[in-house]
Design a protein around this ligand. Structure first.
Ligand code: IPD
Ligand code: CA
Length: 274
């Protein structure tokens, strides 16, 4: 696939993300119709579904041969299969809990995979008015500012993001609490912004040394992975192995030294693949 084609796909993806962002912005200030999915803490609103429909129909009309993986379509029983075909990987609202509670850290995350590699990523945050973007080989940006990860090589000198996530299974929560404690003991502080995609952009922009989460899905990290890498960072499996994007866990870091220091002190958690 040619670079010009990827640029064209990216341009359309960005236009569609911005249009979807207008819907998210309007609905953010209104009463929301909320439903639950896996458990009481796994939320979806009518806006999530409407935004996913909008993105898929616009991109589908423009690129009829492309495939799609969308969070709400998969939740409704749709396919979650990553093939070599151009595939748009969509989280219509990442940070749904924030959206429901009026917390502004909420975004539309769109990644495009070709031959199973992410070649374009868009994380559009309509309330924060920040749009993070990356095209493979062309750097990462927030609005028009070029992004660059932190040069700090010591976990002890950084701030790390770790999320609670939506699982309420005791064994998973126990392991996450142990990992959180291990991180607190070894860094300046921990944070959690409630959106995997925004968390990854925080690593890309250089303010945070790393982001660790077990339990995410491919749509949470597809765009963010490329944005971190194009800002000079690394994205691994938390064990230190290379990332399997369908394997529901992620460690993004400013460099391999910090990632290695985190892998050594945490316990990995196994989850059912996407
Ligand atoms: C969630 C967010 C959150 C993370 C959860 C995700 P959603 O995605 O990314 O930060 O902790 O694991 O499920 O449900 O808001 O799209
Ligand atoms: Ca979502």
């Amino acid at each position: 696939m040619m670079g010009d084609e990827i640029q064209d796909f990216f341009k359309t993806g960005l236009e569609v993300a911005k249009e979807a962002g207008e819907r998210v912005k309007t609905d953010f200030y209104r009463n929301k119709k909320i439903e639950v999915k896996e458990n009481f803490a796994d939320l979806v609103t009518e806006t999530d579904k409407a935004v996913e429909d909008l993105i898929m129909s616009k991109l589908g009309q423009k690129f009829p041969s492309h495939k799609f993986i969308g969070e709400e379509t998969v939740s409704a029983g749709g396919h979650c299969e990553l093939t070599d075909d151009p595939t748009w990987i969509i989280d219509p609202i990442d940070g749904t809990t924030n959206f429901v509670h009026g917390i502004p850290h909420t975004c539309i995350s769109i990644g495009l995979a070709v031959n199973k590699q992410i070649v374009a990523g868009i994380v559009h945050c309509p309330i924060l008015e920040e749009t993070y973007t990356a095209i493979k080989g062309h750097g990462a940006f927030c609005n028009s500012d070029k992004l660059s990860v932190s040069h700090n090589q010591e976990l002890k000198g950084g701030v790390v993001i770790i999320e609670g996530g939506t699982s309420r299974v005791k064994e998973i929560l126990d392991a996450k609490i142990n990992n959180t404690k291990a991180l607190i003991e070894n860094c300046h502080g921990i944070r959690a912004y409630g959106s995997a995609a925004i968390n990854m952009c925080c690593v890309a922009r250089g303010s945070h040394a790393a982001y660790l989460e077990h339990g995410i899905h491919v749509w949470d990290i597809a765009a963010g992975k490329l944005i971190v890498e194009e800002a000079g960072g690394v994205v691994f499996d938390p064990s230190g192995d290379s990332l399997d994007i369908m394997n529901r866990r992620v460690l993004a870091a400013c460099n391999k030294e910090v990632a290695g220091q985190i892998s050594k002190i945490i316990t990995n958690i196994s989850l059912e693949r996407d």
